[in-house]
Write a protein that binds this ligand. Structure first.
Ligand SMILES: C[S@@+](CC[C@H](N)C(=O)[O-])C[C@H]1O[C@@H](n2cnc3c(N)ncnc32)[C@H](O)[C@@H]1O
Length: 332
């Protein structure tokens, strides 16, 4: 007869350990015993039920009508961060408790002296608010480069409920991650999203250009043999003269949020990328807004950038009429 105490100890241990394991190690643990197999499949089911692992307002489940891969493994961060903490290498995912502990690393304010607004309650973002940025709108209207927006931030007297922090509350629309035959995983709306609505930040690791180039070379090699779907974006801010004044590299390949599942579309897709600066933070965040009304079930997409299509690059399956057939690729 089985010892109920020993069985209880195994399942307690499994609950503590298995959520920390990446898929190959989870599969290896599952082969140890029947109890471990049951515990591992429960972890797998919970992972598939929420790519955002309880860190956003709604679960964003994986749905795979194509093959047997239940989910895509990565470390979740609701906001972009600087890769300095060793804790990046692991995060529990699929625990029986409803919420995975959130990231403990700080926002990337780089220790700058904090500056921001001191508006009366409810006045932020309007005329007179130090965080409102008329020039950003002008740059957008002139069509020179990517649009930008200013928000209140850590340097402001207002609190987190301030109206001028619409991109700082995480993902508040319902989404799902659907497996496709040609593009791999893809992010889809799971409700109607209205034009202008904030959808999500493209969260990941902020990289130096040197590190981004190093990873690009590595990722290109792995992607060319189908071993990786890299999610490293390079964003260039331009002066009105057209010259680049700032380059931001965000890598969501290993550490990211639901935006890492958004595929590229050569016609710009249905999302509009906007660089958002918050008072007190040095680095802008890349935020995605609905470029038009989006219907429930529609795939979300945006253009990965104006990098020239590389004839030796990966094939593009966006199916837009202007698609040259290859994905834009960075020159490393
Ligand atoms: C940000 S990830 C998007 C999610 C990705 N499909 C996945 O399965 O994880 C970017 C990668 O997705 C693939 N991808 C994105 N847009 C694509 C497109 N239009 N056609 C083909 N592959 C695409 C490429 O492998 C690209 O490096």
């Amino acid at each position: 007869m089985r010892n109920p105490t020993a069985a209880g100890a195994v399942s307690e241990l499994a609950e503590l350990v298995l959520p920390w394991l990446p898929p190959p190690d989870l599969a290896a643990a599952a082969s140890a015993s029947r109890a471990m197999r049951a515990a591992a499949s429960a972890v797998t089911a919970r992972r598939a039920a929420d790519s955002a692992r309880g860190l956003e307002a709604f679960p964003a489940p994986f749905v795979n009508p194509i093959d047997s891969q239940p989910y895509s493994y990565f470390i979740y961060t609701p906001f972009s961060l600087i890769p300095s903490a060793a804790s990046f290498n692991a995060q529990p995912w699929g625990c029986a408790s409803s919420r995975t502990p959130g990231p403990t690393w700080p926002r990337p304010d780089l220790g700058l002296p904090l500056c921001g607004c001191s508006c009366a309650r409810g006045q932020c973002g309007g005329a007179g608010c130090a965080c409102a940025d008329a020039e950003a709108e002008a740059a957008d209207a002139s069509g020179a480069g990517m649009a930008s927006l200013s928000e209140c931030g850590d340097g402001c007297a207002c609190g987190p409920s301030c109206e001028n922090r619409r991109t700082q509350r995480g993902v508040t629309v319902r989404l799902r991650v659907l497996r496709q035959l040609k593009k791999g995983w893809a992010l889809h709306a799971a409700e109607v999203i209205h034009r202008g609505q904030f959808v999500c930040e493209y969260a990941g690791e902020f990289l130096t250009t040197e590190e981004a180039r190093r990873r690009h070379r590595l990722y290109d090699e792995l992607a060319s043999v189908g071993k990786l779907s890299p999610a490293l974006l390079v964003i260039r801010e331009h002066l009105p003269s057209g010259r680049v004044c700032m380059r931001v590299n965000i890598d969501a390949t290993k550490v990211g949020n639901v935006a890492r599942f958004i595929n590229h579309s050569c016609d710009g897709g249905n999302l509009r990328p906007i660089l958002v600066r918050s008072s007190g933070s040095l680095l802008p965040r890349l935020c995605l807004f609905a470029a038009r009304d989006i219907v429930d079930g529609e795939e979300l997409a945006f253009s990965y950038g104006d990098a020239k299509p590389n004839p030796k690059g990966l094939p593009c399956f966006c199916e837009s009429s202007c698609c040259p057939g290859v994905l834009p690729a960075e020159e490393t």
